[in-house]
Design a protein around this ligand. Structure first.
Ligand code: ADP
Ligand code: MG
Length: 649
């Protein structure tokens, strides 16, 4: 219980929740994201770290409620210096003449004054004094977090998920030491040891779960009687012939669906490779088998788009859309419950508890990395062991996929539809903006449309909106007389987003300025150009996925990546249009690359391990955990981990 820790009241509880900390366990596992090393400096105006001996008793001046300044003099480096501290009048009692303190602050030479941001009693420690820096919120300072975590560690019941044998075999430090050292390192070497220990543990647990899921996945699922001929007849009605890989993959899915074995399949393929069509065929097979399908997508825009596509390709089925902005929700829910909907397409709204499926046989999740295990599980639990198809447009190299998605079967679509154009890609610096604008003008003259992607900004979404607005204004200045510009961002209501997308689709808007909310799955064939601002901020997989919005017709398409400089990393995109190649290259160049970022938003949230850097370790843990799963599965640690994973299976 968090409330057992002194200094935690209702307010702090709320602030901790903002950091996803809901209990002591999560608090002690809130690791620093960096460390600050206390080392003596000279007096300077940037950041001075100095020792001083107090020579005058402090005086406090109040200038309003809770605003005050505390002043005293100290001898620092043999000189008499004024020290000011704001709003910490309470320190007065302890800052006595003769006391030696360490001061961190900014020194103003002209006023001979050191404005302290931090006071530490005593001298600078001889050895490196490493201070942890945590992710914080405005209301929860680093200092407070340090204090809370120290308290929490004092009462924490250190449970190791790593078997003692493994600890010994690899010469690792124990859990308790590791947790203390990761928060409050005594020196860099011990910090490294702590990191290593926690990585082993994290990867051991992860691989044990994956191994367990893999071995227990051959659960019996639904069996359907559907003649292949029926499916082939349907495929003949499509306006195009399937690509080689689409052909291969639908047959794999078909096999899964008609056989007793439950499908748990990941379908990887670039944007535009035609995964949606495979999902449609799967839903059709499921329908022929007498079951209902649910398709879950991460955004409203995408849900709408899929809805239209399913309506178009499955005109004889009853298709419904359910998102948070759907108007007659209750009616649709009733229909779903009554079994009157063959395919329901929706966002997270689908997993709210009051949606009751009747005879759900197939769950498709698009862009699966966006859903956590729990969300997927919720949806799956709405049917009795439905078959599951996960689709992802962020392909990852097969070796990695086999390890981290080890519990799934994997299908890949690598061949692109024949009419698919290679998107000519150019990395340009802001100095070349004029050239870029004239490229845009050429496209507009040819009656084509353009996406402009506003930069990704990390600090706050407010500034992201501002920068999108700024780009919108500039586009307005450059092209606004002749062309209509639209602005799409996360702050808009979903209905407004859908409305803008529809205008873009109908070519009522020619230039669509957007934050990355349009990242996934939008299909506007007449859009032939994309310009991405600050592209250095994005991962390659994301850029590649973004770029997949264009090149969706027979027209040649381009993508301009505006960046602060032309880096080898961005230039990978100039050279390749193959998501599999790009992810491989990105892996080589950047370690985990985008994958890590994507996994972070999904269920593979590694706290401390890095999938690329620690891949060998991961493989090692794969073997070792398999051994524990088979021979030592009665050990309490293993039982505990498995009880968690059984909840997920
Ligand atoms: P993904 O979901 O993989 O991003 P989509 O399924 O949305 O890709 O397909 C992109 C576009 O390609 C759609 O307009 C779709 O109609 C079209 N398409 C899909 N398969 C084929 C094919 N075999 N031949 C021609 N066009 C196809
Ligand atoms: Mg798609």
């Amino acid at each position: 219980m968090l409330t057992n820790i002194s200094g935690i009241g209702p307010k702090t509880i709320k602030n901790l929740q903002k950091l996803a900390i809901n209990n002591i366990d999560e608090l002690v596992n809130h690791f620093p994201f960096r460390y600050e090393v206390l080392q003596k400096t000279n007096l300077n105006e940037e950041k001075s770290i100095v020792e001083g001996e107090i020579i005058t008793s402090p005086t406090v001046y109040y200038f309003s409620y809770q605003k005050n300044i505390l002043k005293f003099q100290a001898i620092i480096d043999g000189k008499k210096i004024n020290v000011d501290i704001y709003n910490r009048a309470f320190l007065k009692m302890r800052l006595k003449k003769g006391v030696v303190i360490t001061i961190i602050g900014k020194y103003n030479r002209y006023k001979n004054t050191l404005v302290a941001s931090e006071i530490i009693f005593g001298r600078i420690p001889e050895k490196n004094n490493i201070t942890p820096i945590y992710h914080q919120t405005a209301q929860l300072s680093n200092k407070k977090l340090v204090k809370l975590i120290k308290e929490a560690l004092l009462q924490y019941d250190f449970f190791s998920y790593l078997p003692e044998d493994v600890e010994k075999e690899f010469n690792l430090i124990d859990k308790k030491t590791a947790l203390w050292e990761i928060h409050f390192p005594s020196n860099e070497e011990n910090l490294e040891k702590a990191r290593l220990r926690l990585k082993y543990e994290e990867l051991f647990v992860f691989m044990l779960k994956i191994n367990y899921l893999r071995e227990n996945k051959t659960k019996q699922g639904l069996e359907r009687e559907v003649a292949k001929k029926q499916v082939l007849d349907y495929i003949k009605t499509l306006p195009f012939s399937l690509t080689e890989d689409q052909e291969k993959v639908w047959q794999e899915v078909y096999q899964d669906l008609v056989s007793k074995q439950r499908m748990n399949r990941l379908l990887q393929g670039d944007v535009g490779s035609g995964k949606t069509l495979v999902a449609i065929i799967a839903a059709y097979i499921n329908y022929l088998g007498g079951y209902k399908s649910a398709v879950m997508v991460p955004t409203e825009v995408l849900a709408n788009q899929h809805y239209q596509t399913f309506l178009e390709y499955l005109p004889n089925l009853k298709i419904a859309l359910l998102t948070s902005s759907t108007k007659n929700k209750e009616k649709i829910k009733e229909k779903i419950a009554a079994g009157e909907v063959d395919v329901i397409i929706g966002t997270h709204a689908l997993i709210t508890t009051d949606v009751n499926f009747n005879n759900l046989g197939l769950v498709v999740t698009d862009e699966q990395h966006r859903f956590g295990v729990n969300q997927r599980k919720n949806l799956i639990n709405k049917g009795t062991l439905p078959d599951v198809l996960y689709m992802s447009a962020t392909p990852i190299p097969r070796t990695y996929a086999l390890t981290i998605y080890g519990d799934m079967d994997i299908s890949s679509i690598k061949t692109m539809p024949a009419n698919r154009q290679k998107v000519a890609t150019y990395v340009k610096t802001m100095k070349e903006l004029k050239t870029v604008l004239s490229m845009m003008y050429q496209e507009l003259l040819a009656n084509h449309q353009i996406y402009v992607i506003a930069p990704l900004i990390e600090e706050s979404d407010k500034s992201e909106l501002e920068s999108a607005q700024e780009i919108y204004d500039n586009m307005q200045k450059a092209f606004g007389v002749k062309y209509k510009i639209g602005l799409l961002h996360g702050r808009l209501k979903s209905i407004e987003k859908v409305n803008i997308m529809q205008q873009f689709q109908a070519n009522k808007i020619q230039i669509l300025v957007s934050t990355t909310v349009v990242e996934v799955g939008v299909d506007v064939a007449n859009a032939t150009m994309m310009v991405v601002y600050n592209s250095q901020m994005f991962g390659l997989a994301t850029l590649h996925q973004l770029r997949g919005r264009v090149g969706r017709s027979e027209y040649p398409s381009k993508c301009v990546l505006l960046a602060n400089e032309k880096t080898a990393r961005l230039q990978i995109l100039e050279k390749s249009n193959d998501g599999f190649v790009i992810s491989e290259e990105d892996f080589k160049l950047r370690g985990g690359g985008d994958l890590f970022g994507h996994l972070q938003s999904g269920d593979m949230k590694f706290k401390i391990a890095d999938i690329k850097e620690d891949y060998k370790l991961l493989v090692k843990m794969k073997e070792i955990s398999a051994e524990y799963l088979h021979k030592k599965n009665q050990e309490p640690i293993i039982k505990k981990i498995l009880s968690e994973v059984k909840k997920l299976a």
